[in-house]
Design a protein around this ligand. Structure first.
Ligand SMILES: CC(C)(COP(=O)(O)OP(=O)(O)OC[C@H]1O[C@@H](n2cnc3c(N)ncnc32)[C@H](O)[C@@H]1OP(=O)(O)O)[C@@H](O)C(=O)NCCC(=O)NCCSC(=O)c1cc(O)c2ccccc2c1O
Length: 265
């Protein structure tokens, strides 16, 4: 079993439980967190005893608040990694490619890149206290890959555009009405509910589920190309004065001033 610093990993019955464990940062991820998540998903993938994976966040406040903005304000990036790369695109692909259902147990706020993580899971179960939103255009970032295109597949173009353009935060009831989550339960029941869905899954044919997951994915796999394009564009954007202004405004707890960055070409 690999040892982790930013996440927790355990296997109970036939379910792997992956918990992002940075509650002091609203479970925001840094580069090392992303690397550990990939390793945890790959461990679950390789374990024949694991039939499904639950992804959740530590504590009651946050599922995941996306990229660690405090780290970004300190070092201008998401921190050191073993590979030297920030592998969020690889994490997205791993969640899609692992041939076992992944259930997000959304225990609190899921915002920015944290929102994208639950959207990419096969199933999302939310606590009544969960909240959902995209933050990029408010803080100098964007996910114009799976974060926009796949979100639109899930909730429709109008709602996906609303989420990205307005950066509002939505409650769990709205998320359920929009088809963004499969079920909403009281917070104290969230994990047991997710585990009971996982137990139901474990009774089914793993090969049938594997083929079905690949089939569901095949329809949107071209979005991996969009994701590569979007992550490359984001690399350039985050270092630009406009991207830096968004991150600085969040760190300084003020409204960003993007007025001088309007362009027509
Ligand atoms: C998440 C919030 C909407 C919560 O608001 P609320 O009012 O409930 O709580 P606070 O604002 O007081 O926050 C409590 C506490 O947590 C800290 N915190 C919150 N979010 C983060 C974060 N992302 N990183 C670090 N720390 C965070 C906050 O500072 C408070 O701490 P105090 O010490 O001050 O008490 C609201 O907090 C919010 O809007 N947060 C920011 C959300 C955000 O900007 N997320 C990042 C978006 S960008 C991103 O996710 C991203 C994804 C990618 O895939 C990328 C890929 C490649 C490059 C870049 C990427 C990228 O940037």
């Amino acid at each position: 079993m690999p040892s982790f610093e930013d996440i927790l990993y355990s296997v109970e019955d036939s379910t792997a439980l992956i918990t992002i464990n940075r509650p002091h940062r609203f479970n925001a991820f840094r580069g090392a967190t992303v690397e550990e998540l990939i390793q945890a998903f790959r461990t679950a993938w390789a374990d024949p005893g694991v039939r499904s994976v639950i992804l959740t966040g530590a504590g009651e406040k946050a599922f995941c608040a996306g990229g660690d903005q405090k780290q970004r304000a300190e070092t201008g990036d998401y921190g050191a990694t073993a590979s030297g790369m920030f592998e969020i695109g690889n994490l997205h692909k791993t969640i899609r490619d692992i041939p076992k259902p992944v259930i997000a147990a959304v225990n609190g706020i899921a915002v920015g890149g944290g929102h994208v993580l639950h959207v990419l899971c096969d199933i999302s179960i939310a606590a009544t206290t969960a909240r959902f939103g995209q933050a990029g255009p408010r803080v100098g970032s964007f996910d114009a890959g799976f974060g926009s295109a796949y979100l639109a597949r899930v909730i429709g173009e109008k709602r996906a555009r609303e989420m990205w353009y307005l950066c509002r935060v939505y409650d769990a009831q709205t998320a359920e009405r929009w088809g963004l989550v499969n079920a909403v339960v009281p917070p104290e029941q969230l994990l047991s509910e997710a585990k009971s869905w996982a137990a139901e899954i474990a009774e089914k044919s793993p090969t049938a589920l594997r083929i079905l997951k690949h089939s569901f994915n095949a329809d949107t796999d071209h979005q991996a190309g969009l994701s590569n394009l979007a992550m490359s564009a984001l690399d350039i954007f985050t270092d630009s004065p406009e991207g830096v202004e968004g991150a600085a405004a969040f760190a300084e707890k003020r409204r960003p001033d993007f007025a001088k960055h309007v362009s027509w070409h």
